[in-house]
Design a protein around this ligand. Sequence first.
Ligand code: KDG
Ligand code: MG
Length: 402
Amino acid sequence: MKIVDARVIVCSPGRNFVTLKLITEDRVYGLGDATLNGREMSVASYLNDHIIPLLIGRDARRIEDTWQYLYKGAYWRRGPVTMAAISAVDTALWDIKGKSVNTPVYQLLGGASREAVMVYGHANGADIDETASAVARYVQLGYKAVRAQSGIPGLASTYGVGRGQLHYEPAEKGLPPENVWSSEYYLNFVPDLFKRLRSEFGPQLHLLHDVHHRLTPIQAARLGKSLEPYSLFWMEDPVPAELQESFRLIRQHTTTPLAVGEVFNSIFDCETLIREQLIDYIRTTVVHAGGISHLRKIANFAEVFHVLTGSHGATDLSPVCMAAALHFDLSVHNFGIQEYMRHTEETDRVFPHSYYFEDGMMHPGDRPGLGVDLDEDLAKQYPYERAYLPVNRKMDGTMHSW
Ligand code: KDG
Ligand code: MG
């Protein structure tokens, strides 16, 4: 089953997406997401200039061998651009495999380990009242888990607080916007937010929070400790995680569960975190951590150490990634939760899909393959527009993690 054609489709229905389409001699095709927010064209080039020439004529059934060929064969390893490109190929090959045997991908991954997968939505607001109203809206929609982010008094903007109610889109056209940050203002404010939410929504609702890599380990320890009375489901990305050992310090001080991994690209980025049980949830995702094949290896490794999965699922991960994530989530034993930030209607029209949301849970559907398509004609109406994520500075002007 030879791959005879391949193309990279870059489009912007609501936001930018990069999609790889692989076509076999039997005219079966598969899709893979290759979107790297704010750096999209580098992955498109990696695929067009370096990977597609290697794929033509290869046997589409050899998923693992192709993964190893692209990973080991490049000599240069890992990194977000390389791994997003490999992820796209891997995802497209799983899609082809499923379609060629007329089976949804989750059946090829061992079958369903659960009926459906719990997802969390994003509630945000300019202040605590607005955020509480946003949480209430998610509860009305049936969500059992809600991430809450709020504007912080004294700061003009912060991560996670956007314009829309169901879609939060941080990337902006033009040059990167600059935000101003104060860890002190943040640390003094967040416990009040969760105090209010826990008292208003009771003990059963799962509450999550994303720190977005902004604290030092001892600040993160303080935050985790101060949030303990409100029993968070998780505190996400408390510090930048290049130094995996820094989580030892956080872990010593707090029982608030920790989730990390949306910017990781491989098992090597989280090996210490998992092996030393320094985290509770690993958030690596299909598009940025080597596709379904590599994500399964991470999950299988994590299972041994009681770490559950909690894949990233923001709007910059396309519906192709979302579908692949749901097949993975449904099948893998140590699934924890899946992030689900709804896409815009434009995005959903360009990427029709079989996955669905019901009562706080999602299912990938039972179409063969991933169950997601790309309307290429419609996609042409939404050409790529350069956009960047914001950058962040401390109040004195020092660059900080966004
Ligand atoms: O592209 C960056 C976003 O995907 C990221 O900021 C979203 O942190 C995020 C999350 O948890 O969804
Ligand atoms: Mg995050």
